[in-house]
Ligand binder design. Structure first.
Ligand code: SF4
Length: 328
């Protein structure tokens, strides 16, 4: 059975990709528009650490002399192109944004990649492009200490990358909130999210399976939480188009073989085998189709074991007759 989150996920987001003109040059991007109607499935809190630092718009672009983590440790600085040191301001602005996100009840943040403040993995370190290395920005490094689910803005690059980040985000939120008081609770939760990890990191999935099997009969709270944290960590790792395609086919064929799709409204969905050449948008459409069929018919498709639907839609499904999931 598909697990359903009914609380609309609260997501922090770099303000400049939420159509706010806060970049150093007053520009903005509307990345969230790419979500279309799905945008309403999230409650967004946009933040800009450079604005909260008091650097203003427009402003001089800044650069890092070390990674964001080095800046927070006092081992590197943040400077503008005239050499003015703005380290203290940016750290204070980043802290103010984290506090605002905490007040908003956020546990996941979408971050503009490549920025010296928000960049998750590709912030440029150093003033000269040719000599620069890549790392995390200051705000991203501070967020890394919270243990929240961090999503790079490259998640919006294609329908498939967004689908992958979204389904792992839902699984991560579900697992974080799950009551885990016994070995059985932990194993039950693992049986829901393990399909994603088996797809993205087979060796890690096997290792976690062995870890759970090796737990003492009544594992301590600390042991249970340590295993949960490990599961949450592996859910942060993205898939590849090839892996997603193979998992899509495997999970679809599994249900066909067991006759579980007999008499089910497939909404014109046809799923291609891994050998069938198709673009990532088509693959994402097939995966989203399986999510919809799974939700409407209480079937578990391992590619998306957890979905978000508002409570009204869940009540409508449970009351029957079936209302198509796509209807408002
Ligand atoms: S990347 Fe971050 S700091 Fe830079 S403009 Fe966007 S929100 Fe502000």
């Amino acid at each position: 059975m598909t697990e359903v989150i009914t609380d609309r996920p609260r997501i922090g987001i770099s303000a400049c990709i939420f159509d706010c003109p806060v970049r150093y040059n007053s520009k903005r991007f509307d990345e969230v528009a790419k979500l279309g109607r799905e945008r309403a499935d999230f409650a967004f809190t946009p933040v800009c650490p450079e604005c909260m630092a008091g650097l203003g718009v427009p402003r001089e672009p800044i650069h890092l002399t070390g990674s964001g983590a080095d800046v927070l440790a006092g081992d590197a600085r943040v400077k503008d192109r005239h050499g003015r040191d703005v380290t203290e301001q940016l750290v204070a602005g980043s802290r103010a944004c984290v506090e605002a996100l905490e007040r908003a009840g956020v546990r996941a943040v979408i971050l503009k990649e490549s920025s010296p403040s928000c960049g998750l993995a590709k912030a440029r370190i150093g003033a000269r492009r040719r000599e620069s290395a890549l790392g995390s920005g200051v705000f991203a490094a501070m967020l890394g200490e919270t243990g929240w689910f961090l999503v790079p803005s490259t998640a919006f690059d294609s329908a498939l990358t967004w689908w992958d980040w979204r389904r792992r985000l839902y699984a991560w939120l579900w697992l974080s909130d799950r009551r885990i008081a016994s070995n059985g609770d932990l194993t039950g939760a693992w049986h829901v999210v393990k399909f994603i990890v088996q797809e993205t990191q087979r060796a890690a999935a096997d290792s976690i399976g062995r870890e759970l099997a090796g737990l003492p009969k009544r594992a301590s709270r600390e042991m249970l939480e340590a295993s949960r944290t490990r599961m949450l960590d592996v859910l942060r790792v993205p898939t590849t188009p090839q892996r997603a395609k193979a998992a899509l086919w495997k999970t679809y064929v599994h249900h066909v073989k067991h006759g579980r799709l007999d008499g089910v409204d497939l909404h014109d969905l046809s799923v291609g085998s891994p050998e069938v050449l198709r673009n990532v948008t088509t693959i994402a459409e097939e995966l989203v189709g399986l999510e919809r069929i799974g939700f409407e018919n209480d079937l578990l498709f391992g590619t998306s074991p957890v979905v978000y639907r508002d409570a009204r839609r869940v009540r409508a499904r449970d009351a029957g007759p079936a209302i198509p999931d796509s209807e408002e």
